[in-house]
Design a protein around this ligand. Structure first.
Ligand code: PLP
Length: 436
């Protein structure tokens, strides 16, 4: 099957657009210039489109396949689970118990944990239980952080310059009073956090933060900033939520909280837990999580038909087992360093002002002079035309980086040194051609 093999010469993508709004099933999958792309196959560090073109993949579906696409060990575990059990929707399975024990062992803040199917459900329930625990209304988030599609957090992610500092919803259809209940602050701005707590501390139910805001590439957190969040929440009795949907397992088995030593009250997880199978998790302090006791009459309600699906749980156990048993982090951290250093050198050779940043397996090149950005405002200096322009040329070199402004790249265990060398040379050529 190729992209034109549909009846009467209609492309597959056109068929998709006739029956799927926008032709894709999630925001930011429909890319200007790539609207005819149909994905056919994926394996290891690569995917192929329906016309047989091969791409070395650094987009990585926004982050899940840390081991590489279609990891055979993860797939074998899923197939094996399917021979034993599927969804029964009552009580609990052995796998769910093992997975909860593993997450509690690995992630410092987690005493108890509940499984969801997505990261958005995990952040939704984190805010629900924070409000249930505190009886308060307000949530604090940071400009540039994304926490999923639900109303309390659907604002101020990638904002136009004139929308920074004011409520900037990513969708219509959200009640104004819901938007009003979310305060948006600048990342790494300790003074702003202290001022918000001074003004509203008694009504702040939760602070939710990506400890490394990767939804705008990579803003590295100041240690004092994360510590200030911890201190202010503790003092005011607010719930600190680390949204580790990206950082969890990708940067460390214990998440950014283990790297930083700052322990939140609640942690949300997703993406890399199960290498691409659909799962999320919400875990944290037992007293908070117990408000969810999934019994009738509990203060906070939690449910989901597919939560803890045995196939997905098997995928998570196999993924975490492999992350623990094999030098995955060592490999991706080393390749990440190599990529950042190589790209920085290539762009310096070309005389292009750029900040090549990231952490571990994540890398991103901003087209602006240094220093490295510390908050979203700094990213307004990035040349979006260059950022998107060179990425649009990367497929000419057999490489895929999502051509959307501020999106990060990911390296997996399946990428090799040779892949990174090719990436660096392709980036050099694509940037040079974009400048021409
Ligand atoms: N939190 C963060 C930090 C994310 O990056 C995302 C998704 O990109 C989410 C939450 C939402 O996760 P999901 O798309 O699985 O609902």
């Amino acid at each position: 099957m190729n992209s034109r093999s549909a009846p009467s010469g209609v492309t597959l993508a056109e068929r998709a657009r006739r029956v799927i709004p926008g032709g894709v099933n999630s925001g930011q999958r429909s890319i200007p210039g790539l609207t005819e792309m149909v994905i056919a196959r994926a394996s290891g560090a690569r995917f192929w489109d329906a016309d047989g073109r091969q791409y070395t993949d650094y987009h990585a579906a926004f982050g899940p396949p840390l081991l590489g696409h279609n990891d055979p060990d993860v797939n074998a575990a899923v197939a094996e689970a399917g021979t034993r059990v599927d969804l029964c929707g009552v009580a609990v399975t052995h796998g769910e118990i093992q997975l909860a024990e593993t997450l509690a062992e690995l992630v410092p803040s987690i005493e108890k944990v509940l499984l969801t199917s997505t990261g958005s459900e995990a952040t939704f329930h984190a805010l629900r239980v924070a409000r249930a625990a505190t009886g308060r209304r307000l949530v604090v988030k940071f400009q540039g952080c994304y926490h999923g599609w639900h109303d309390s957090v659907s604002l101020n992610v990638i904002s136009a310059p004139d929308r920074v500092g004011v409520p900037d919803p990513i969708s219509t259809g959200i009640l104004p009073e819901v938007l009003d209940a979310t305060l948006v602050l600048r990342f790494n701005d300790v003074a702003a956090v202290r001022a918000a707590f001074a003004a509203h501390g008694d009504d702040i139910a939760a602070v939710i933060v990506e400890p490394v805001p990767h939804n705008v590439g990579c803003l590295l957190p100041d240690q004092e900033f994360l510590q200030a969040l911890r201190d202010e929440c503790t003092r005011a009795g607010s719930v600190l939520v680390f949204d580790e949907v990206i950082t969890g397992f990708r940067h460390d088995l214990g998440g950014w909280q283990r790297i930083s030593g700052v322990t939140p009250d609640l942690t949300t997880l997703g993406k890399a837990i199960a290498n691409g199978y659909p799962i999320g998790a919400l875990g944290g302090r037992a007293d908070l999580m117990d408000l969810f006791s999934t019994r009738p009459g509990a203060p906070a309600f939690f449910a989901g038909t597919y939560n803890g699906h045995p196939a997905v749980v098997a995928a998570a156990l196999a993924t975490l087992g492999k992350l623990r048993a094999e030098p995955v982090h060592e490999h991706v951290y080393r390749l990440g360093e190599r990529a950042r250093a190589g790209i920085a050198e290539a762009l310096a050779d070309l005389g292009v002002p750029a900040v090549v940043t990231g952490h571990g397996s994540v890398f991103v090149t901003y087209f602006m002079p240094g220093p490295a950005p510390r908050s979203y405002d700094d990213l307004l200096r990035n040349d979006a035309g260059m950022f998107i322009g060179y990425r649009r040329r990367m497929p000419e070199h057999g490489i895929f980086e999502l051509p959307l402004n501020l999106k990060r790249n990911h390296i997996s265990y399946a990428h090799t040194d040779a892949d990174i060398d090719h990436l660096v040379e392709a980036t050099r050529a694509a940037v040079r051609d974009t400048l021409a």
